[in-house]
Design a protein around this ligand. Structure first.
Ligand SMILES: NC(=O)c1ccc[n+]([C@@H]2O[C@H](COP(=O)([O-])OP(=O)(O)OC[C@H]3O[C@@H](n4cnc5c(N)ncnc54)[C@H](O)[C@@H]3O)[C@@H](O)[C@H]2O)c1
Length: 326
């Protein structure tokens, strides 16, 4: 009788483990973030009325962040390199943001009422950045310098501008779009990966320095491949030349899903968000918990990635069964 009970218990545990494994194969974010999505605060409840500064808002993840944040009722400050693209994004946001429309009416008639909103920043969203597609042996030192200046030092300089203001008010949020390349090594992106690792180190240290300010949240977002213009804008080995390829991106996570998860993380003060479809999510867990296996797999796929790149093919497709030409 007792042994029957133990057997039943083992079966229940086995079924539970199988169900969790099946669920994990469909997961596109780490467990904390998925839990927050199901049971945590809703973005519209937490982010409505916040003043959010988004860098790199003219395309990709930054553009989608602007749209989804506008829908929650947040007030936005958008910045990027291309002014005309920013105007396009602004117009699209105004179309969806009721509060922004009301504010614009107020600006027209009572400008002084708008001033307090202009000077206050609740959330700095460090999103602007560029990637890289080149072998270390073929990459000028200038490219490494540019990647560190843009992705790392550019972000640090904005943090240094905004942080004193958050500390004075004892609250606020700094959210930075790092990358899976900030947690793991990525062949053909040694400079990009280094700049994102630098961000991880910086923000993990800063978070602890701010332990006396529990209402200031420092969040790092580590997405895997997401649809955007990142590949088109990526540095090559030559500083003056971008990749400029319109390669198929259908294998990547949709921008809207990635951004909706980022908003969930922001609303629930999640400190590190892993956002990836499989197998990249599994790869994140391996880098964290079984690095020896992760190195072995990185070498295995890295070889194919480099081989495809040398053959003039789209390096990203080396992770998938069918390699496509760029
Ligand atoms: N798309 C992905 O697969 C992916 C994965 C992980 C992390 N990320 C990160 O997400 C962030 C957004 O990238 P994306 O994928 O949306 O690419 P994207 O190229 O579509 O957007 C990048 C944005 O950064 C801005 N930018 C680039 N250089 C700049 C500069 N010198 N000064 C100011 N702004 C500049 C661009 O104008 C653009 O608005 C980046 O930090 C990137 O590293 C992207």
């Amino acid at each position: 009788m007792e042994s029957d009970l133990i057997s039943v218990l083992w079966y229940i545990i086995l079924i539970y483990v199988i169900v969790q494994l099946v669920r994990f194969t469909r997961a596109d974010a780490d467990l904390t973030l998925l839990w927050a999505e199901s049971f945590g605060s809703k973005p519209a409840d937490k982010l409505c009325g916040k003043v959010v500064w988004i860098t790199g808002a003219s395309s990709g993840i930054g553009e989608e962040l602007a749209y989804q944040l506008a829908k929650t009722g947040a007030s936005l400050i958008l910045s990027a390199r291309r002014e005309n693209e920013l105007h396009r994004v602004k117009q699209n946001c105004i179309g969806t943001n009721v509060i922004l429309n009301c504010l614009l009416m107020l600006i027209r008639f009572l400008p002084f009422l708008f001033l307090p909103f202009c000077v206050q920043i609740d959330i700095l969203l460090n999103n602007g950045g560029r990637s890289q597609r080149s072998l270390c042996l073929e990459t000028d030192l200038d490219v490494y310098q540019a990647l560190m200046e843009l992705n790392y030092l550019g972000t640090v300089s904005l943090v240094k501008c905004v942080l004193p203001h958050l500390v004075e008010r004892k609250r606020g949020q700094i959210v930075t779009i790092s990358s899976v390349a900030g947690l793991a090594g990525v062949p053909l992106a040694s400079g990009y990966s280094a700049s994102k690792h630098a961000l991880q180190g910086f923000f993990n240290s800063l978070r602890s320095e701010l332990a006396d300010f529990p209402e200031i949240t420092i969040s790092s977002v580590c997405p895997g491949p997401v649809q955007s213009q990142i590949l088109k804008n990526a540095f090559t080995g030559d500083l003056g030349k971008a990749v400029n390829s319109d390669a198929d991106q259908s294998h990547k996570m949709s921008t809207s899903r990635c951004v909706s998860l980022i908003l969930v993380g922001m609303a629930n003060n999640v400190k590190e968000m892993w956002i990836s479809e499989q197998p990249f999510l599994l790869f994140n867990y391996m880098w964290q918990y079984t690095p020896t296996w992760a190195w072995w797999i990185t070498d295995l796929f890295g070889k194919r990635r480099v081989k495809n790149f040398k053959a003039g093919m789209d390096a990203d497709f080396s992770y998938f069964t069918k390699a496509k030409t760029s």
